[in-house]
Design a protein around this ligand. Structure first.
Ligand SMILES: [Zn+2]
Length: 365
C-alpha cells in the first residue's frame, strides 16, 4: 500500500475511509473540497474555513495565471503563503476554464492558444506550461492538462478529444517528474507535490475504460474522473463513475471533479470516490439558497421574515449556532455582503458535515 494514501476501511459497496498524506496537511477522506477560484473561497475568510474543518481547498490555475500571475505568486513564496492558507491545496490544470471562459481558442496537438476573458490578451497553454504554472503556485496536488469533452458529443469527437487528453497526460507527467522539486516550499524532508491524471472519454463506456487503463499504466499519484456534470442526466454520471472506479488502483486516491448536490456527493462517496469539489454550495449561497437537513431553503422567501429558528436546526456550524433565518433573510433583502458570507459558511459546513458522517459510517464497518 502506498504510504501517501492510507486505506482505513472499505465496504462491500466499495466505499472507502482513508487518509491522504500531503505536504501541508493529512486529509481525511472521503472529502469535499471547497473551490477557491481566485485564491479565495468566495466570501469566506480562511479562518472560517479552518473553523468548520476544511482540510483541502482548490485554486484555479487559469485565473491565478492571468491575475495576479504565477510568477508573482512564486516570488511571494507560493499560493499557500500568498493567501495565508496553511492546509492542503489542489490546483486544476486550467484546461476547463480555457474552454469555458476564454475566447478564440485554437487547439493543436501542442496545446491551446486562447485570449484572456479579462483583457483579450493572447496566451498559450501546453501540458508543460500548465504544470510549470501549477509548480510555481506550489499546490499539494497538481492536475494533468486535459481536454474536457463537451456534452453532448459525437463518438468521433469524443475519440479525438480522448487522444489529445492521453497524449497530454503523458507529457504533463513527464514534465511534472522532471520539475516538481521546483515548488516554492520544496523541502526534501517532507513528502512531495503529487500529480493526478484525469479520465475523460465523454459518455462512451469503452473510451472511459481505455483512458483509465492507459493512465493507470502511466502511474499517476491519483486519478480524477473529469468531464462529468456537464449537462448529462445523473444516471449517466453514475454509470460513468461505476464503469471507471473498478479500473483504478485500490491504493491511490480517486477524485470526481465538479460534483454535485448533497445527495450526490454522499452517493459517490459510498461507491468509493475519495475526493469531490463543486462551486454549487458557494454559488447557491450567493443566490440565497441554503442546503439543510430539511431540504433546500430559499432564505429570501417571505415565510422566513420573522422565523427565529436557526437556518438548519440540525446543523452546529458557526452560522446556525448564532443567527436566525429572519436575520439571514434580512441581510439578503438589504443587499448586505455579510449575507453571502454567512450563507456560504453554512452551505460549506453542511457539505463537510455530510462527508464527516459518511466517513464515520465507513469507519464503523
Ligand atoms: Zn449551519
Amino acid at each position: 500500500m502506498s504510504q501517501l494514501f492510507q486505506l482505513i476501511a472499505q465496504t462491500a459497496a466499495g466505499g472507502r475511509r482513508a487518509r491522504l498524506v500531503l505536504p501541508h496537511q493529512n486529509v481525511e477522506t472521503p472529502v469535499f473540497m471547497p473551490v477557491g477560484t481566485q485564491g479565495t473561497v468566495k466570501a469566506v475568510p480562511q479562518d472560517a474555513l479552518e473553523t468548520f474543518g476544511a482540510e483541502i481547498i482548490l485554486g484555479n490555475t487559469y485565473h491565478l495565471y492571468l491575475r495576479p500571475g504565477h510568477e508573482a505568486i512564486r516570488r511571494m513564496g507560493g499560493l499557500h503563503r500568498f493567501m495565508s492558507w496553511p492546509r492542503a491545496l489542489l490546483t486544476d490544470s486550467g484546461g476547463f476554464q480555457v474552454y469555458s471562459l476564454s475566447q478564440l481558442r485554437k487547439v493543436t496537438d501542442d496545446g491551446v492558444q486562447f485570449r484572456s476573458h479579462l483583457d483579450g490578451s493572447s496566451h498559450f497553454f501546453s501540458p508543460e506550461h500548465s504544470i510549470d504554472v501549477q509548480i510555481a503556485l506550489g499546490a499539494d496536488i497538481a492536475m494533468a492538462f486535459d481536454e474536457c469533452t463537451e456534452y453532448p458529443a459525437t463518438r468521433t469527437r469524443a475519440e479525438e478529444s480522448l487522444r489529445l487528453t492521453m497524449t497530454w497526460a503523458a507529457r504533463s507527467l513527464a514534465h511534472f517528474r522532471a520539475h516538481s522539486h521546483e515548488v516554492p516550499w520544496f523541502d526534501p524532508r517532507v513528502c512531495c507535490m503529487q500529480c493526478f491524471g484525469i479520465v475523460q472519454g465523454g459518455m462512451c463506456r469503452d473510451l472511459r475504460r481505455q483512458c483509465a487503463e492507459r493512465l493507470v499504466e502511466m502511474d499517476f499519484d491519483g486519478y480524477a474522473i473529469g468531464g462529468l456534470s456537464v449537462g448529462e442526466p445523473r444516471e449517466l454520471t453514475m454509470e460513468m463513475i461505476a464503469e471507471v472506479l473498478p479500473l483504478l488502483p485500490r491504493d491511490k486516491p480517486r477524485y470526481v471533479m465538479g460534483v454535485g448536490y448533497p445527495d450526490e456527493i454522499e452517493q459517490y462517496a459510498r461507491m468509493g470516490v475519495d475526493m469531490m469539489d463543486c462551486v454549487l454550495p458557494t454559488r447557491a449561497a450567493r443566490h440565497a439558497l441554503l442546503f439543510t437537513s430539511e431540504g433546500r431553503v430559499n432564505i429570501k422567501n417571505r415565510q422566513y421574515a420573522e422565523d427565529q429558528n436557526p437556518p438548519d436546526p440540525a446543523c452546529d456550524c458557526p452560522v446556525c449556532r448564532r443567527y436566525s433565518r429572519a436575520y439571514l433573510r434580512h441581510l439578503v433583502q438589504a443587499g448586505e455582503p455579510l449575507a453571502a458570507t454567512l450563507n456560504s459558511i453554512h452551505n460549506l459546513a453542511f457539505y463537510l458535515g455530510i462527508m464527516q458522517r459518511v466517513r464515520q459510517s465507513l469507519a464503523e464497518v
